[in-house]
Write a protein that binds this ligand. Structure first.
Ligand SMILES: Cc1cc2nc3c(=O)[nH]c(=O)nc-3n(C[C@H](O)[C@H](O)[C@H](O)COP(=O)(O)O)c2cc1C
Length: 326
């Protein structure tokens, strides 16, 4: 599959997740085989106001392999175009447009999943970013629709493709469904049949079997994985192996998990400083505790992390409570 001039190997991309997919998280995913990564979503309007915090969220981070996209949200084509032009000299490979966020603070401004109600506006937004993007590809992340009465993924995907989108990723739920119940594989299949650009399937992939089942049921060109990759970046390697028909790599050992967590939190602290990094480090660490003995106590210990050094006490406790690995 291609994104513009980038050839993307069979596998899964890391889904953008605000509050989680910082540079350290993306680097960890890319090192373990995420076929590309995307920033946390950033407000186009805030960028045009010169907001430094928003601009910082877009930094690629050193030594991050693989194509990297920056995700913008907004409801006005003009502002989206301005923001695209403003960041065009930064270090990234493609733009991604958020048409899936269900949060009221985003949809109330007409952005995120609210765009699923207006395919024509969605197309104009893509066109504005394409026109101002200095030749970089523009990808789009959509939902199935707004609600059961407005399952608009096919119309929105067609409008985005006509406006120049290079890839469409589909989170197969409506906005009304937020993150429950299960996904609707058929909507991914419909989008795949309706457009000729590559289509990525997204939603509830937690193991390589889910990935294979999604490809089989929908014919999608690639996959995007979010929550299940937190604390388990090795999932990307297992999915890539499954798609290539190769032997599935073994699950990581407890030592590998703890080392990955330590590296990720270390790099997060290097990037942001302890004070800004530790709240995010707590939530990242929680994901690395998945399935361990003594989970309740370990979760409390994660929530109490204040400095990078506290992580070593957490890791010692993990080994103490899980003497045989997991
Ligand atoms: C905490 C969190 C933050 C998210 N932030 C974003 C975001 O910034 N941009 C976006 O397009 N989707 C965002 N999403 C949606 C995910 O990219 C993805 O579509 C969704 O989680 C379903 O995939 P999954 O089941 O593999 O997690 C977020 C999801 C979660 C759970």
């Amino acid at each position: 599959m291609q994104i513009g001039n980038f050839s993307i190997a069979p596998g899964a991309a890391l889904a953008p997740m605000a509050g989680f997919t910082d540079a350290a998280c993306r680097r960890m995913a890319a090192r373990h085989g995420a076929v590309y990564t995307i920033s946390e979503m950033v407000s186009a309007k805030a960028l045009t106001f010169g907001d430094k915090k928003s601009a910082r969220l877009l930094r690629r981070g050193e030594d991050t392999p693989g194509p990297y996209g920056v995700q913008l949200f907004g409801a006005e084509p003009e502002t989206m175009g301005q923001a695209a032009a403003l960041i065009a000299d930064k270090d990234f490979d493609f733009y991604d447009i958020n048409m899936g966020c269900p949060a009221p603070k985003i949809t109330s401004s007409g952005a995120g999943s609210k765009l699923m109600l207006d395919p024509e506006l969605a197309g104009r937004i893509v066109a504005a970013v394409v026109q101002n993007g200095a030749g970089r590809p523009v990808t789009v992340k959509i939902r199935a629709g707004w609600d059961a009465q407005h399952v608009t993924a096919v119309e929105v995907a067609k409008a985005c493709e006509a406006a120049g989108a290079a890839v469409i990723a589909v989170h197969a739920r409506t906005r009304e469904q937020m993150y429950q119940p299960g996904i609707d594989l058929d909507i991914i299949r419909q989008v795949k049949q309706a457009v000729s650009v590559p289509v990525l399937g997204n939603g509830d992939i937690v193991c390589h079997e889910d990935a294979l089942a999604m490809v089989e049921a929908t014919g999608c060109d690639g996959l995007m994985v979010g929550r299940a990759a937190l604390g388990d970046p090795w999932l990307f390697g297992r999915i890539a192996a499954a798609l290539r028909g190769e032997e599935i790599p073994p699950m990581p050992t407890l030592t590998q998990r703890m080392e990955a967590m330590r590296t990720q939190v270390y790099e997060l602290c290097e990037e942001k400083g302890d004070w800004a990094a530790m709240p995010q480090a707590r939530s990242q660490a929680l994901h690395y505790m998945h399935g361990l003995r003594g989970a309740a106590g370990l979760r409390r210990a994660c929530c109490a992390l204040e400095h990078f050094e506290d992580l070593d006490a957490l890791i010692e406790r993990v080994y103490r409570e899980n003497p045989l690995g997991e």
